[in-house]
Ligand binder design. Sequence first.
Ligand SMILES: [Mg+2]
Length: 471
Amino acid sequence: MSRTITHFETHDVRFPTSLSGDGTDAMNTDCDYSSAYVSIHTDGESPLVGHGMTFTIGRGNEIVCQAIATLATRLIGRDPEELFKSMGKTWDWMSSDPQLRWIGPEKGVIHIAAGAVNNALWDMFARSRGKPLWKLVADMTPEELVDATAFRYITDAITREEALAMLKAKEAGKEERETTVRELGYPAYVTSAGWLGYSDEKVARLTREAVAAGFNHFKMKVGADPVSDVRRGLIIRSIIDDPQYLPPGSKGRDPNSPELKGKNAGPTGAVLMIDANQVWDVPQAIEYVKSLEAIKPWFIEEPTAPDDILGHAAIRKALKPHGIGVATGEHAHNRMVFKQLLQAEAIDVCQIDSCRLAGVSEVLSVLLMAAKFGVPVCPHAGGVGLCEYVIHLSLIDYIAVSGTMERNVLEFVDHLHEHFLYPCSINSKGRYNVPLNSAEGYSIEMHEQSIAEYEWPHGSYWMKAKAQGSK
Ligand SMILES: [Mg+2]
């Protein structure tokens, strides 16, 4: 059936999360979680639609929507089947417009906008095949998967041929891994307990709830005040290390088991991570994190500027004797930054972002590099829509690319899922359920009513808030 992409629409959707302190950290003190959202349509007897978005935290979201519109205009008149044939080639074409390239290249607003558009195309591709996105990619042959990947500028770290050989080596176990993860779910961790804007009492209550819900990896925000960070960290540790809070019947996990090795797990096998959201200079990061040794973190996330590859390497080297690792990636703006972080041995954990990288095709290139370098991928999530996206990426990583999930944990934040038609969910063991609806594509379709309410500035919520003078 022949179809043509005929039109698209964008929506600037903003949620007033700054009112509750959700999402607060040392750098981002006032976030209105927002979605620069796009829906792309085709003609035909049974027209296709693809939804995509990128995440921002409020002001400027309208600029991203404008960039999405500029990029998506290039798709009008194209046959989607032609684009799906090689999503790698499609990605190269989308990212190399000779004029738009100047306002990147491959960074900033234009790149995150490209992420929304690329994700919308992948969503359309998955829906057209009646599969959730992870399944579409996991079912690809190694050749098809390599064809769907963005390889430009990374062949000094991994070539197509190497990638192909790696994928072929993992091919035989794919079916078994899919069965396993459908049954167990994918390991997750919670960040919601440790936002900087929360009181000690709220942190303690949320931590107890998270332990009772089966989670065993927890993250807290640090960087505003070391004394307060140690105090809050010890509150969290006192709960996660105490067997009395474990769910009924659970004995916790053996802290000496291989999957917890090097994670500074406490007596119940619980792991704590800390996240500074880029607040420090390099020497300051080293000193500050050393002062938090008492709370025994597995890693410090985003200790410094996200582009500072050698700075991350220096921090990692300095913290190694203290048993604390380094993680980053949610603000790493393209695959070349990840390539260098891996080449410079700057990270213990690779934190891809589903829509800061320009969509699934660029994510695949980072998954392949991380697997080659033996660094676990633990995607960044939270915000709005990110949890819906990243479960797909972690499933692709486990089933088709790295073949392992034992040491991985996928961020989970329990905010704003109700706005999506196919919200992600967590099972009783604190793990992500596998998305199974054949119509859900990349799981990012938002309820029309949510868009009508929260579209900025004329959605019903914002009009009412303006009338009341509250926002
Ligand atoms: Mg973070």
